[in-house]
Structure formats: structure tokens, C-alpha cells
Write a protein that binds this ligand. Structure first.
Ligand SMILES: Cc1cc2nc3c(=O)[nH]c(=O)nc-3n(C[C@H](O)[C@H](O)[C@H](O)COP(=O)(O)O)c2cc1C
Ligand SMILES: CCCCCCC(=O)C(=O)O
Length: 414
């Protein structure tokens, strides 16, 4: 990993991370950064990308690179998307509205971002040609800004909002969230299925992490799950117990997914799928897509890195539903590798939190911008003019004969 500065303007996601580490309160940093138990999966998510080497092509006129794609049939200007994360306000008061507005709007003119570095100097970043972002933001149920406010803050017609859902024992709470998301214009529901209980995050336990009292889960202010919008937990409960006491750990395919489908017409995406078997069930139960995710290594420690689990899921989906991934994506070449292995789109979580921590909305924008720039330069350097040029032939596995194939299919049936 390249050395990261602890001061100055970040030029890559690792820089944002180093700055966040040195500026956020220790308990917030711990909550954001940590994984479950030994953090094997957390580490593997990043490390596993290194195994996949690229096979670039040359002399292919990459003077213009196009990252436009479709996600759930809607135009998106890039496959780089934002994963759901609880409590963005822990990073910065702009919270999820900052993230939402931080989706840069496509402009033909170069954008000059003025931003303050952590020493207080104003820094212009004239090198920035504008990111052509306009993709998907998934908002967490546990956002600190109400879902209606977050979607209203958007001014980019190419940005699509999906709402992430946890299903509660008291189903009325989840149903009310679904109704509000539908009314506000969210285009899909993302059901997180890898968290029937919260993973054992040792750093949080050691830090006795509890969100500070100013943190309000605004989606619940009217919804009664948490009363007045604070976490409303008893002193004797841990953070994980609060989560577990409300959530429905008894959720099943037969009852839970059928129930959700019965109350909404919105497409349902399952987040936290890692196997071919569950992909097959997702198709059977009418889901529109799956996100290959291990919750950023925060749930079951010891599961496969997501980039390693992706091919199995893509193969099982066999083009019937869309397959996305998240986990450990920190560089443009990580995005390229995930697309080459069959992901339709790639989601990032911690990089957004670190961007927000750096400078609110402008910081989130800068983090997205850097990743988008890296995606575009990585494509040019790989000989890919268009997002559809990214296929499995870009990936080198020792002893493996690559086959060109279409995005979303694995292995090639072409
Ligand atoms: C601080 C934090 C909070 C998260 N909150 C949620 C959440 O509310 N709902 C959810 O489905 N996933 C949540 N996740 C998991 C992310 O959506 C995502 O799966 C994972 O973090 C991706 O890995 P990355 O952080 O390496 O990009 C959270 C992750 C972090 C780091
Ligand atoms: C009581 C709030 C719990 C938020 C949990 C969010 C989450 O999924 C995470 O990984 O953290």
C-alpha cells in the first residue's frame, strides 16, 4: 500500500483514511473502520483484489472513455455507487445530505474544488476534470437525515436512490418506512440479509461505543421505533443488543421475502449474498438483484472476500438478475476488476465516510471524484474505451484461459 500522508489534500482513498484516523474521535473511528472478531474478512476484502492481475490491451484509441451503463435498466453515468452506511453525521454535520449532494453533477467545464485542508489553508484543485457521476446512492435505514430530505437534496437527474431496509419484529415499522420511501421517490428496496444480529465488533466493545446524544436517527422521529429519534436504548443494553432486540432474526425466504414482495411493487435487492445457493433462491423469490457483500467484514468473520465470492454468484445468476458487489473497493482498478468478474455496479461505504469526515459535502464529492478519475484512467490504461469493453479477458489467473464475456454473465456463454 502506498504511504499516506496525515496532512494535506488527499489524492487517493488511503489518504482520506489516514486523515480520518487522525481527526475523528477514537470511538467513531473505531465504529467506522472496524470489522468483526479477528477482522480476517475485513483484511481479505482489500487484499484479495491484489491476486487478480490485469491484462491490458494497447493501441485502442482511448482518447475518450465512456463509463455510462445501466443499473436496473436505468441510465447511470458510472457503475461507481454509494453503499448504505448508518449515521453519516458521526463524520460531519452534512451527514447523508452531504453525501447525496456530493454526487458531482455532470458538467463539460472543469470543476475547481476549493477545499480546506486540515491545517486550515484553502486549496484549489484545478486538475479536476469533473466526474461524470450520476449513479445509485443507497440510503441506510439508520441515516441521520430523514429519507425525504436526502432525496430532496439531489439535483442530478441521473442519480438514483434506493432505500436500505432492516425488517423489524414489529412489521408495521418496516412497512411505514417502505411507504415513505415509495412516496419520496426511492426506486428500489435493498434488504440487508447478513445481519440477523450485529457482528461482534471488538473495537466497539472495547471503546464501549455508543453514538453521542446529538445523533438522531431521523427516519424514526415519526416512526416510533426509537421514540424521539435518538437510539432510545436502556443503559444495560449494548449497541448490538439494541439492534438485535428490534430486528427480526427470524426472517425467512418463505415468509419474510414473500411479505416484503406483498407490500411493495418496488424492485427488491438482497444485500449480503455470498453463495450460488442463495443466488438461486433470490431468483426464485423474485428479487431483482443481489449485492455480493459481507457487510465490509463487520458481520460473520471468516467468510470469503467479496471479490472472491463474486464469480460464483455471477455464474449462478446467469444473467437472470443483476449482480453488484461491495467491500474493500478503494481504487479505480478495484472497480475494473469487479466489473471484469461480472459485477454490474460496485458500491463503496467507508471511502464516503472518510470523505465526509475530511470536508463534509465537498469531501464526499472529492472522494467520489478521485475514484471516478481512477476508474477512467484505469480504463484508458487497460485499453477500454467503454464500460462494456471490460470483461473477463482483462483478468489474469495463473493457468486460466480468459474468455471474453458480457457484463453480468459468468462464465461466457457467448
Ligand atoms: C460504519 C458503517 C455503517 C454501516 N451501516 C450499514 C447499514 O446501515 N446498512 C447496511 O446494509 N450496511 C451497512 N454497512 C455496510 C456497508 O453497506 C457495506 O456493505 C460495506 O461497508 C462495504 O465495504 P467498504 O466499507 O469496504 O466499502 C455499514 C458499514 C460501515 C463501515
Ligand atoms: C442501532 C443502530 C445500528 C446500526 C447498525 C448499522 C450497521 O449495519 C453497521 O454495520 O454498523
Amino acid at each position: 500500500m502506498a504511504a499516506s500522508p496525515t496532512a494535506g489534500v488527499p489524492v487517493c482513498i488511503d489518504d482520506f483514511e489516514a486523515i480520518a484516523k487522525s481527526t475523528l474521535p477514537a470511538a467513531t473511528w473505531g465504529y467506522y473502520t472496524s470489522g468483526a472478531n479477528d477482522e480476517d474478512t475485513l483484511r481479505d476484502n482489500r487484499e484479495a483484489f491484489r491476486k487478480y492481475k490485469l491484462r491490458p490491451r494497447i493501441l485502442r484509441d482511448v482518447s475518450k472513455v465512456n463509463t455510462t451503463t445501466t443499473i436496473l435498466g436505468k441510465k447511470a453515468r458510472t457503475p461507481l455507487c454509494v453503499a448504505p452506511c448508518a449515521m453519516h453525521e458521526l463524520a460531519h454535520p452534512d451527514g447523508e445530505i452531504g453525501t447525496s449532494k456530493g454526487q458531482p453533477i455532470y458538467q463539460k467545464q472543469p470543476l475547481f474544488i476549493s477545499t480546506e485542508d486540515i491545517n486550515g489553508s484553502i486549496v484549489n484543485q484545478p486538475k479536476m476534470a469533473v466526474a461524470d457521476l450520476g449513479s445509485v446512492m443507497i440510503l441506510s435505514t439508520y441515516s441521520t437525515k430523514a429519507l425525504e430530505k436526502v432525496i430532496a437534496a439531489n439535483s442530478n437527474p441521473d442519480t438514483h436512490y434506493w432505500f436500505q431496509l432492516y425488517v423489524y419484529k414489529e412489521r408495521g415499522i418496516s412497512e411505514k418506512l417502505v411507504r415513505r420511501a415509495e412516496a419520496a421517490g426511492f426506486e428500489a428496496l435493498v434488504l440487508t440479509v447478513d445481519a440477523p444480529v450485529l457482528g461482534r465488533r471488538l473495537l466497539d466493545a472495547r471503546n464501549r461505543f455508543n453514538p453521542p446524544p446529538y445523533i438522531r436517527l431521523e427516519n424514526f422521529i415519526e416512526g416510533s421505533a426509537t421514540g424521539d429519534g435518538t437510539l432510545d436504548k436502556s443503559e444495560s443494553e449494548t449497541f448490538g443488543e439494541t439492534f438485535g432486540n428490534r430486528g427480526d432474526a427470524g426472517l425467512t425466504w418463505e415468509e419474510g421475502i414473500a411479505w416484503l414482495r406483498s407490500i411493495t411493487k418496488l424492485p427488491i435487492i438482497l444485500k449480503g449474498v455470498l453463495t450460488a445457493e442463495d443466488t438461486e433462491l433470490a431468483v426464485k423469490y423474485g428479487c431483482a438483484g443481489v449485492i455480493v457483500s459481507n457487510h465490509g467484514g463487520r458481520q460473520l468473520d471468516g467468510v470469503l472476500a467479496t471479490i472472491d465470492a463474486l464469480p460464483e454468484v455471477v455464474e449462478a445468476a446467469n444473467g437472470r438478475i443483476e449482480v453488484y458487489m461491495d467491500g474493500g473497493v478503494r481504487k479505480g482498478t478495484d472497480i475494473i476488476k469487479a466489473l471484469a468478474l461480472g459485477a454490474r455496479a460496485v458500491f463503496i461505504a467507508r471511502p464516503i465516510l472518510y470523505g465526509l469526515a475530511y470536508n463534509g459535502e465537498a469531501g464526499a464529492k472529492l472522494a467520489l471524484k478521485i475514484l471516478q478519475d481512477e476508474l477512467e484512467s484505469g480504463m484508458a490504461l487497460s485499453g477500454c474505451r467503454d464500460i462494456n469493453d471490460i470483461n473477463e479477458s482483462l483478468i489474469h489467473f495463473p493457468g486460466h484461459q480468459p474468455q471474453p464475456r458480457r457484463l453480468g454473465y459468468y462464465p461466457s456463454k457467448l
